[in-house]
Design a protein around this ligand. Sequence first.
Ligand SMILES: [Zn+2]
Length: 223
Amino acid sequence: MPKQKNSEPAGCLAVILKLIGIDLGRASVGKTLPYRLTDKFLSPAELSFYHVLMQTVREEYTVSCKVNLSDIFYVSRPNENLAYRNKIDRKHVDFLLCDTKNMQPLLGIELDDSSHAKKKRQDRDQFVDQVFAVAGLPILHIPAARGYNVSELAELIRVNVQDKKPVVATPRIPGTQHICPKCQIPMVQRIAAKGKQKGQSFWGCTNYPNCRETVWEEGTILG
Ligand SMILES: [Zn+2]
């Protein structure tokens, strides 16, 4: 810990208390809020699969555990945000693989244990699969097992991870209202504030920053 110059006596006391494990701020909060750290962040089955997954993807992908679907997907039609966001904001995917360079989500993985055989769980799985499919993110279901074959898993991941979407060119017709190719909603005209195209007019999606689709004067959508 760096030496503090001219610290107040009260500050000194707080530092000493903190060193011996008493945090004044935390102690008072702890009595009112009912939050405690869970002992089951990952189940034993999830943990064992996680270790195999880490061994399989190494540095190529970043693995996140239990990612809320509303952190991965957004509702493309703003006027239906409430209804459709409610359907995903209490659901998570067991594992999410992202491109380590830019943390772009590439693949969802669900570890299916015996609970997935139940009707309610199957309905939930079907809905989650549809969300992934319509948003263009692949999802893999791996049956929970005592052991996993690393090379088989690597191959499964390889064939399922999507390549980056190709750049789509759309002709710009002057005076027309552009529709976002991703969200299918009207785009708005904006002026670039920075970058190479500074001062130029372009069409941007109203879902920005969730959607970064743009249509430029040249008629090219830049990724
Ligand atoms: Zn859009």
